[in-house]
Ligand binder design. Structure first.
Ligand SMILES: O=C1O[C@H](COP(=O)(O)O)[C@@H](O)[C@H](O)[C@H]1O
Length: 256
C-alpha cells in the first residue's frame, strides 16, 4: 500500500471514530505488542473472575499470533477458546478454522485450554443442524473476555459477508441468535464454503474486541470504509458495524 495512504489512514480513522484504540508499533515490535496485549487481557480476566474466554477468528492471518501466544505463560487451564466463525466443511478439512486453532494455538501448555469448536468433531451435520448446535454451545459459555477479529479484503469480519443473503439477519441489532448459518454471496469468496458466524449482538457481548490488520489489500479496504462519506456502517462494510460502536472497547493494530 502507498505509504502516503497509510499515513493518512490512522488520522482518518481517529477522526471518524475517536473511541477507537489505535496501535501502530514499529514493524519489529508489532507481534510482541499484539501478543503482550492479548496475554495481558486474558491474565486480567482470570485475575478478575477466575477464568477467561477467548474467541478467535480463522483464516491465515492469525497463525503468527497463535504460535506466539501459545508460548506465553498463561493460566491455560482457566482459559476457554472458541471461534467467531467456521467453514461448513468436513471435519479435518484444511479450510476448517477449528483445525487451524488446534494446529497452531492449542499446542504445548496451551493444550490445557478448553476448546469449544463451533462444529463438533465427527460427521458433518447439515448447516442448520450445525448452527443450532453451535447456538447451544455458545449459550453455555460466558461472554467472551476477548474477541480477536479478522477482516477480509471485502470488509467481512467473522463470516458476516457483504452480499450474503443472511447478512441483514447477522447485523440486526435485535437478532436473538448468537450464531447463524451464512450463505455466501455470488460470486463466492474463497474458500467458498457456507459458514457459521457469530452475529453482531453476540460479538457485542464481548468485553473487548481486537483486530490486528495487515496486508495492503485490507488497508486499502479500510481506507475506503473510512472515506465512505454517507454511511460507513452500511451492508457493504460489515467491519464498520464494529468500528462505529462504542459499547465494547475496540483496539485496532495498523502496520507502521
Ligand atoms: O474466511 C475468513 O476470513 C477472515 C479473514 O481471513 P484471512 O485469511 O484473510 O486472515 C477470517 O477472519 C475469518 O475467520 C475466516 O473464516
Amino acid at each position: 500500500m502507498d505509504a502516503a495512504v497509510l499515513a493518512r489512514l490512522a488520522p482518518a480513522l481517529q477522526a471518524r471514530w475517536p473511541h477507537l484504540r489505535l496501535r501502530q508499533p514499529p514493524a519489529e515490535d508489532a507481534l510482541a505488542d499484539l501478543v503482550g496485549t492479548v496475554a495481558g487481557t486474558l491474565r486480567a480476566a482470570v485475575a478478575d473472575h477466575g477464568a477467561a474466554t477467548l474467541a478467535v477468528s480463522g483464516g491465515r492471518s492469525p497463525v503468527a499470533l497463535f504460535e506466539a501466544l501459545r508460548t506465553q505463560a498463561l493460566p491455560w487451564a482457566q482459559l476457554t477458546v472458541t471461534l467467531v466463525d467456521e467453514r461448513w466443511v468436513a471435519d479435518g478439512h484444511p479450510d476448517r478454522n477449528d483445525r487451524l486453532v488446534r494446529e497452531h494455538l492449542l499446542q504445548g501448555p496451551a493444550a490445557a485450554a478448553q476448546f469449544v469448536p463451533l462444529i463438533a468433531p465427527g460427521p458433518l451435520p447439515t448447516l442448520a443442524e450445525a448452527a443450532a448446535a453451535a447456538e447451544a454451545r455458545l449459550a453455555a459459555l460466558p461472554p467472551a473476555d476477548l474477541v480477536l477479529l479478522g477482516m477480509g479484503a471485502d470488509a467481512h469480519t467473522a463470516s458476516l459477508f457483504p452480499g450474503s443473503p443472511d447478512l441483514a439477519a447477522g447485523l440486526d441489532p435485535r437478532q436473538p441468535a448468537r450464531v447463524l448459518a451464512m450463505r455466501l454471496p455470488d460470486p463466492a469468496p474463497q474458500p467458498a464454503h457456507p459458514r457459521l458466524s457469530w452475529t453482531l449482538p453476540q460479538l457485542l457481548r464481548a468485553r473487548a474486541l481486537m483486530l490486528p490488520l495487515q496486508g495492503a489489500d485490507k488497508l486499502a479496504t479500510l481506507a475506503r470504509v473510512v472515506a465512505d462519506p454517507a454511511r460507513p456502517a452500511s451492508p457493504a462494510w460489515p467491519i464498520a458495524h464494529l468500528l462505529q460502536q462504542t459499547a465494547v472497547p475496540f483496539t485496532l493494530w495498523l502496520p507502521h
